[in-house]
Ligand binder design. Structure first.
Ligand code: SF4
Length: 285
Protein backbone atom coordinates (compact mmCIF):
# COMPACT_ATOMS: atom_id res chain seq x y z
CA UNK A 1 0.00 0.00 0.00
CA UNK A 2 3.01 2.33 -0.07
CA UNK A 3 2.31 2.58 -3.82
CA UNK A 4 -1.42 2.13 -4.15
CA UNK A 5 -2.58 0.37 -7.32
CA UNK A 6 -5.69 -1.21 -5.81
CA UNK A 7 -8.08 0.21 -8.41
CA UNK A 8 -7.78 1.31 -12.05
CA UNK A 9 -6.98 4.88 -10.99
CA UNK A 10 -3.50 3.54 -10.30
CA UNK A 11 -2.61 6.59 -8.17
CA UNK A 12 0.62 5.08 -6.83
CA UNK A 13 0.37 7.22 -3.71
CA UNK A 14 1.54 6.14 -0.28
CA UNK A 15 -1.77 5.92 1.54
CA UNK A 16 0.01 5.70 4.88
CA UNK A 17 0.99 9.30 4.23
CA UNK A 18 -1.94 10.75 2.30
CA UNK A 19 -5.26 10.04 0.63
CA UNK A 20 -5.41 8.88 -2.98
CA UNK A 21 -8.03 9.55 -5.65
CA UNK A 22 -10.53 7.63 -3.49
CA UNK A 23 -10.25 10.39 -0.88
CA UNK A 24 -9.06 8.16 1.97
CA UNK A 25 -5.83 6.92 3.51
CA UNK A 26 -5.16 3.37 4.68
CA UNK A 27 -7.22 4.11 7.78
CA UNK A 28 -10.58 2.29 7.54
CA UNK A 29 -13.47 4.73 7.67
CA UNK A 30 -17.18 4.02 7.45
CA UNK A 31 -20.40 5.96 7.97
CA UNK A 32 -22.88 3.27 8.95
CA UNK A 33 -23.43 -0.40 9.51
CA UNK A 34 -26.91 -1.80 9.85
CA UNK A 35 -29.40 -4.35 8.67
CA UNK A 36 -30.43 -3.15 5.23
CA UNK A 37 -33.73 -4.10 3.62
CA UNK A 38 -33.55 -2.38 0.23
CA UNK A 39 -31.27 -4.74 -1.68
CA UNK A 40 -32.67 -7.39 -4.04
CA UNK A 41 -34.94 -9.83 -2.13
CA UNK A 42 -32.43 -12.68 -2.49
CA UNK A 43 -29.86 -10.49 -0.67
CA UNK A 44 -31.99 -8.73 1.95
CA UNK A 45 -34.45 -11.56 2.63
CA UNK A 46 -36.64 -11.07 5.69
CA UNK A 47 -33.81 -10.53 8.17
CA UNK A 48 -31.94 -7.92 6.16
CA UNK A 49 -28.47 -7.68 4.70
CA UNK A 50 -25.63 -6.71 7.06
CA UNK A 51 -24.50 -3.59 5.22
CA UNK A 52 -21.23 -1.80 5.99
CA UNK A 53 -21.05 1.57 4.20
CA UNK A 54 -17.41 2.52 3.60
CA UNK A 55 -16.27 6.14 3.23
CA UNK A 56 -14.48 7.44 0.12
CA UNK A 57 -14.83 6.14 -3.43
CA UNK A 58 -12.56 5.36 -6.35
CA UNK A 59 -15.20 6.17 -9.01
CA UNK A 60 -17.04 9.23 -7.67
CA UNK A 61 -20.04 9.59 -9.96
CA UNK A 62 -21.28 13.19 -9.99
CA UNK A 63 -24.83 12.14 -9.04
CA UNK A 64 -23.89 9.72 -6.25
CA UNK A 65 -26.79 9.13 -3.85
CA UNK A 66 -24.25 8.65 -1.05
CA UNK A 67 -22.44 11.87 -1.94
CA UNK A 68 -21.30 12.84 1.56
CA UNK A 69 -19.78 9.43 2.00
CA UNK A 70 -18.19 8.95 -1.38
CA UNK A 71 -17.05 12.46 -2.31
CA UNK A 72 -16.55 13.97 1.13
CA UNK A 73 -15.34 10.82 2.89
CA UNK A 74 -17.68 11.35 5.82
CA UNK A 75 -17.31 8.63 8.44
CA UNK A 76 -15.65 7.34 11.56
CA UNK A 77 -12.32 5.55 11.77
CA UNK A 78 -12.18 1.87 12.71
CA UNK A 79 -9.29 -0.52 13.23
CA UNK A 80 -9.14 -3.99 11.65
CA UNK A 81 -10.36 -5.42 14.98
CA UNK A 82 -13.11 -2.80 15.03
CA UNK A 83 -14.26 -3.97 11.59
CA UNK A 84 -14.27 -7.57 12.84
CA UNK A 85 -16.44 -6.51 15.78
CA UNK A 86 -18.89 -4.97 13.28
CA UNK A 87 -19.01 -8.24 11.31
CA UNK A 88 -19.77 -10.15 14.53
CA UNK A 89 -22.44 -7.67 15.59
CA UNK A 90 -24.21 -7.90 12.24
CA UNK A 91 -24.12 -11.70 12.48
CA UNK A 92 -25.63 -11.54 15.96
CA UNK A 93 -28.35 -9.24 14.63
CA UNK A 94 -29.36 -12.03 12.25
CA UNK A 95 -28.02 -10.58 9.00
CA UNK A 96 -28.28 -12.84 5.97
CA UNK A 97 -24.85 -11.76 4.78
CA UNK A 98 -22.07 -9.21 5.30
CA UNK A 99 -22.64 -6.65 2.56
CA UNK A 100 -19.47 -4.61 1.95
CA UNK A 101 -20.76 -1.47 0.26
CA UNK A 102 -18.17 0.27 -1.93
CA UNK A 103 -15.25 -1.73 -0.49
CA UNK A 104 -12.68 -1.59 -3.32
CA UNK A 105 -10.31 1.03 -1.92
CA UNK A 106 -10.20 -0.88 1.39
CA UNK A 107 -9.61 -4.28 -0.23
CA UNK A 108 -6.38 -5.05 1.59
CA UNK A 109 -7.71 -3.98 4.98
CA UNK A 110 -10.83 -6.12 4.43
CA UNK A 111 -8.70 -9.12 3.48
CA UNK A 112 -6.70 -8.65 6.70
CA UNK A 113 -9.95 -8.61 8.71
CA UNK A 114 -11.32 -11.68 6.95
CA UNK A 115 -8.02 -13.51 7.48
CA UNK A 116 -8.47 -12.98 11.23
CA UNK A 117 -12.19 -13.70 11.34
CA UNK A 118 -14.42 -15.36 8.73
CA UNK A 119 -18.15 -14.77 9.31
CA UNK A 120 -20.47 -17.77 9.01
CA UNK A 121 -22.63 -15.93 6.49
CA UNK A 122 -21.83 -15.02 2.86
CA UNK A 123 -19.59 -12.05 2.06
CA UNK A 124 -21.06 -9.68 -0.53
CA UNK A 125 -18.72 -7.46 -2.61
CA UNK A 126 -21.03 -4.53 -3.47
CA UNK A 127 -18.95 -2.57 -5.98
CA UNK A 128 -19.23 0.12 -8.67
CA UNK A 129 -17.53 -2.34 -11.04
CA UNK A 130 -14.40 -0.22 -11.59
CA UNK A 131 -11.96 -2.90 -10.50
CA UNK A 132 -8.65 -4.37 -11.60
CA UNK A 133 -8.28 -8.07 -12.32
CA UNK A 134 -5.28 -8.10 -10.00
CA UNK A 135 -7.36 -6.86 -7.08
CA UNK A 136 -10.21 -9.24 -7.89
CA UNK A 137 -7.84 -12.20 -7.86
CA UNK A 138 -6.77 -11.17 -4.33
CA UNK A 139 -10.25 -10.70 -2.89
CA UNK A 140 -12.05 -13.49 -4.78
CA UNK A 141 -11.27 -16.28 -2.26
CA UNK A 142 -12.96 -14.18 0.45
CA UNK A 143 -16.08 -13.28 -1.55
CA UNK A 144 -19.23 -15.35 -2.00
CA UNK A 145 -21.47 -12.93 -3.87
CA UNK A 146 -20.54 -10.15 -6.25
CA UNK A 147 -22.98 -7.26 -6.53
CA UNK A 148 -21.36 -5.09 -9.21
CA UNK A 149 -22.85 -2.11 -11.01
CA UNK A 150 -22.35 -1.82 -14.72
CA UNK A 151 -22.99 1.88 -15.11
CA UNK A 152 -21.81 3.32 -18.43
CA UNK A 153 -20.99 1.90 -21.83
CA UNK A 154 -19.70 4.82 -23.87
CA UNK A 155 -16.44 6.50 -22.85
CA UNK A 156 -18.03 9.95 -23.27
CA UNK A 157 -20.78 9.13 -20.72
CA UNK A 158 -18.26 7.77 -18.25
CA UNK A 159 -16.08 10.84 -18.72
CA UNK A 160 -19.06 13.16 -18.30
CA UNK A 161 -20.22 11.58 -15.05
CA UNK A 162 -16.99 10.29 -13.46
CA UNK A 163 -14.04 11.73 -15.45
CA UNK A 164 -13.00 8.10 -16.03
CA UNK A 165 -13.20 7.42 -19.73
CA UNK A 166 -12.01 3.82 -19.35
CA UNK A 167 -14.88 2.81 -17.01
CA UNK A 168 -16.44 0.26 -19.36
CA UNK A 169 -13.09 -1.21 -20.40
CA UNK A 170 -12.24 -1.98 -16.78
CA UNK A 171 -15.77 -2.90 -15.66
CA UNK A 172 -16.39 -5.31 -18.55
CA UNK A 173 -13.25 -7.28 -17.65
CA UNK A 174 -14.13 -7.18 -13.96
CA UNK A 175 -17.69 -8.38 -14.48
CA UNK A 176 -16.59 -11.11 -16.89
CA UNK A 177 -14.19 -12.31 -14.16
CA UNK A 178 -16.94 -12.28 -11.53
CA UNK A 179 -19.42 -14.17 -13.72
CA UNK A 180 -16.79 -16.81 -14.41
CA UNK A 181 -15.81 -17.08 -10.77
CA UNK A 182 -19.22 -17.50 -9.11
CA UNK A 183 -21.98 -19.69 -10.43
CA UNK A 184 -25.26 -19.07 -8.58
CA UNK A 185 -26.27 -21.10 -5.53
CA UNK A 186 -29.64 -20.35 -3.94
CA UNK A 187 -30.88 -21.74 -0.60
CA UNK A 188 -34.31 -21.07 0.87
CA UNK A 189 -34.82 -18.07 -1.38
CA UNK A 190 -31.47 -16.46 -0.50
CA UNK A 191 -28.43 -16.16 -2.73
CA UNK A 192 -25.48 -17.91 -1.08
CA UNK A 193 -23.09 -17.56 -3.96
CA UNK A 194 -23.26 -15.87 -7.36
CA UNK A 195 -23.46 -12.53 -9.10
CA UNK A 196 -26.15 -9.89 -9.50
CA UNK A 197 -25.13 -7.29 -12.09
CA UNK A 198 -26.93 -4.03 -11.43
CA UNK A 199 -27.70 -1.34 -13.95
CA UNK A 200 -29.20 1.99 -12.94
CA UNK A 201 -31.18 3.57 -15.76
CA UNK A 202 -30.32 7.27 -16.06
CA UNK A 203 -32.31 10.07 -17.72
CA UNK A 204 -31.57 10.39 -21.45
CA UNK A 205 -29.23 7.39 -21.33
CA UNK A 206 -31.33 4.47 -22.58
CA UNK A 207 -29.04 3.93 -25.59
CA UNK A 208 -26.16 3.30 -23.18
CA UNK A 209 -28.38 0.97 -21.14
CA UNK A 210 -29.25 -1.08 -24.20
CA UNK A 211 -25.60 -1.47 -25.19
CA UNK A 212 -24.89 -2.74 -21.68
CA UNK A 213 -27.68 -5.33 -21.97
CA UNK A 214 -26.32 -6.48 -25.32
CA UNK A 215 -22.86 -6.90 -23.80
CA UNK A 216 -24.17 -8.84 -20.78
CA UNK A 217 -26.58 -11.22 -22.48
CA UNK A 218 -24.03 -13.70 -23.92
CA UNK A 219 -21.95 -13.87 -20.72
CA UNK A 220 -24.43 -13.71 -17.83
CA UNK A 221 -25.28 -17.44 -17.82
CA UNK A 222 -27.49 -18.37 -14.86
CA UNK A 223 -26.51 -15.29 -12.87
CA UNK A 224 -28.77 -12.30 -12.31
CA UNK A 225 -29.42 -8.89 -13.80
CA UNK A 226 -31.07 -6.14 -11.76
CA UNK A 227 -32.46 -3.14 -13.67
CA UNK A 228 -32.88 -0.22 -11.31
CA UNK A 229 -35.26 2.72 -11.63
CA UNK A 230 -34.33 4.55 -8.42
CA UNK A 231 -32.28 7.41 -9.88
CA UNK A 232 -32.93 10.61 -7.92
CA UNK A 233 -31.23 13.95 -8.77
CA UNK A 234 -28.52 14.41 -6.16
CA UNK A 235 -24.90 15.39 -5.76
CA UNK A 236 -22.89 17.69 -7.99
CA UNK A 237 -25.05 17.83 -11.13
CA UNK A 238 -25.50 21.59 -11.71
CA UNK A 239 -23.72 21.33 -15.06
CA UNK A 240 -25.33 18.03 -16.06
CA UNK A 241 -28.77 19.26 -17.09
CA UNK A 242 -30.08 15.87 -18.20
CA UNK A 243 -29.59 14.51 -14.69
CA UNK A 244 -31.86 17.08 -13.05
CA UNK A 245 -34.93 14.88 -13.26
CA UNK A 246 -35.96 11.34 -12.41
CA UNK A 247 -36.31 8.84 -15.24
CA UNK A 248 -39.67 8.47 -16.95
CA UNK A 249 -41.73 5.28 -16.93
CA UNK A 250 -41.17 5.15 -20.69
CA UNK A 251 -37.37 5.20 -20.32
CA UNK A 252 -37.45 2.42 -17.74
CA UNK A 253 -39.89 0.33 -19.77
CA UNK A 254 -37.76 0.70 -22.91
CA UNK A 255 -34.78 -0.84 -21.10
CA UNK A 256 -36.90 -3.57 -19.49
CA UNK A 257 -38.50 -4.45 -22.84
CA UNK A 258 -35.05 -4.77 -24.39
CA UNK A 259 -33.92 -7.08 -21.59
CA UNK A 260 -36.99 -9.26 -22.11
CA UNK A 261 -36.54 -9.34 -25.88
CA UNK A 262 -32.90 -10.40 -25.41
CA UNK A 263 -34.10 -13.31 -23.28
CA UNK A 264 -32.70 -12.43 -19.83
CA UNK A 265 -34.33 -14.93 -17.50
CA UNK A 266 -33.00 -14.18 -14.03
CA UNK A 267 -34.09 -10.60 -13.82
CA UNK A 268 -34.87 -8.24 -10.94
CA UNK A 269 -37.00 -5.22 -11.76
CA UNK A 270 -37.60 -2.31 -9.40
CA UNK A 271 -40.88 -0.77 -8.38
CA UNK A 272 -41.05 2.55 -10.23
CA UNK A 273 -41.82 4.36 -6.95
CA UNK A 274 -38.44 3.34 -5.50
CA UNK A 275 -36.78 6.68 -6.22
CA UNK A 276 -36.56 9.53 -3.73
CA UNK A 277 -34.21 10.83 -1.10
CA UNK A 278 -36.08 8.88 1.60
CA UNK A 279 -34.21 5.79 0.36
CA UNK A 280 -30.82 7.37 1.13
CA UNK A 281 -29.67 6.05 4.53
CA UNK A 282 -29.22 8.37 7.52
CA UNK A 283 -25.49 8.19 8.26
CA UNK A 284 -24.49 7.39 11.83
CA UNK A 285 -20.98 8.89 11.74
S1 SF4 B 1 -7.64 2.77 -4.19
FE1 SF4 B 1 -7.54 5.01 -4.02
S2 SF4 B 1 -5.36 5.51 -3.90
FE2 SF4 B 1 -5.51 3.38 -4.59
S3 SF4 B 1 -5.38 3.51 -6.82
FE3 SF4 B 1 -7.58 3.54 -6.28
S4 SF4 B 1 -8.16 5.73 -6.07
FE4 SF4 B 1 -5.90 5.57 -6.06
Amino acid sequence: MSVCTVCPNNCKVDRDAKAGGCGVTNQIKLAKYALHFYEEPVISGENGSGAVFFSGCSLNCAFCQNYELSHKARGKEFSIDGLITIFKELEEMGANNINLVNPTHYSLQIVKALDKYRPNIPIVWNTHGYETLQNLSIIDPYVDIYLPDLKYYTPSRARRYTKKENYFERAKDAISFMLNAKKPVMENGLLKRGVIVRHLVLPENTDDSIKILEFLRPIIGDNYLSIMSQYTPFGSIENLKELNRKITRREYQKVVDKALSLGFENLFLQDFTSSGEEFIPDWDY
